[in-house]
Ligand binder design. Structure first.
Ligand code: C5P
Length: 220
């Protein structure tokens, strides 16, 4: 019989990069493939959860049973997440662009001959931190951290700074972007669990199982 352990749970997943336009033809973005987030959305939906996937531009299909909302910018992603509330769980896998251009140039920025343009950047909202502080904070908020150095120490500090319940850390030095496999550690109140390297779909299964266990445990 199929595992319907998340039936009736509302779950928000963010995935993919955000794209921040500089002018009508140029943008600031990153190499996120969306694979890990889409795999998590699929694993949760397979267990019967009502999944809203707020996604930046990626080239992978929408998993069966998942409601996808496509966005471009961090601000659009935040607005779509806030609209999706209330939810029981939020899983923030998106690689949100930290900055955007202060002003969107109305026309293509020209090469003037006096050197490159000065692009003034401003900070984007932190979607994960905003969800953690929201009046309608989800019962369980899961963040991700892609680190290149001091992975676990940085990830522990990040969990506390952002205010999320679980933080999934990965070492991105070996080029996990776009890859099929991932090596992660899960940090919660009880400490760190390091998982062996596995397919992103198996990481997703493990996370979905843990989320189901969280709601099955009457003390959580
Ligand atoms: O601070 P850093 O970008 O490393 O944090 C990563 C985590 O925070 C991920 O869960 C990511 O989805 C989330 N995040 C976010 N909004 C941002 C920056 C990061 O939701 N502006």
């Amino acid at each position: 019989t199929p595992d319907r352990s998340l039936a009736g749970r509302r779950i928000l997943v963010t995935a993919g990069p955000t794209v921040e336009p500089l002018d009508p033809v140029r943008f600031l973005s990153n190499h996120s493939s969306g694979r890990q987030g889409y795999a998590i959305a699929a694993a949760l939906a397979a267990r019967g959860a009502n999944v809203t996937l707020v996604s930046g531009p990626v080239s992978i299909p929408v998993p069966e049973g998942v409601h996808r909302i496509s966005v471009q910018t961090a601000r659009e992603m935040l607005a779509a997440c806030e609209t999706a509330l209330p939810v029981d769980v939020a899983v923030c896998t998106a690689a949100v662009s930290d900055w955007r251009a202060k002003e969107l140039a109305p026309g293509k920025i020209k090469k003037t001959g006096d050197g490159p343009p000065r692009l003034e950047l401003v900070e984007n909202p932190d979607i994960l931190a905003t969800l953690c502080r929201a009046a309608q904070r989800p019962r369980l908020v899961v963040g991700f951290a892609a680190e290149t150095d001091d992975v676990l120490d940085n990830a522990k500090a990040k969990r506390l700074r952002k205010g999320c319940d679980w933080l999934v850390a990965n070492d991105v030095r070996q080029g996990v972007f776009g890859a099929m496999r991932n090596t992660v550690s899960l940090i919660d109140d009880n400490g760190v669990q390091s998982w062996p390297e596995m397919d992103k779909t198996d990481v997703a299964e493990q996370i979905a199982q843990r989320i189901a266990a969280f709601f099955a445990d009457p003390s959580s």
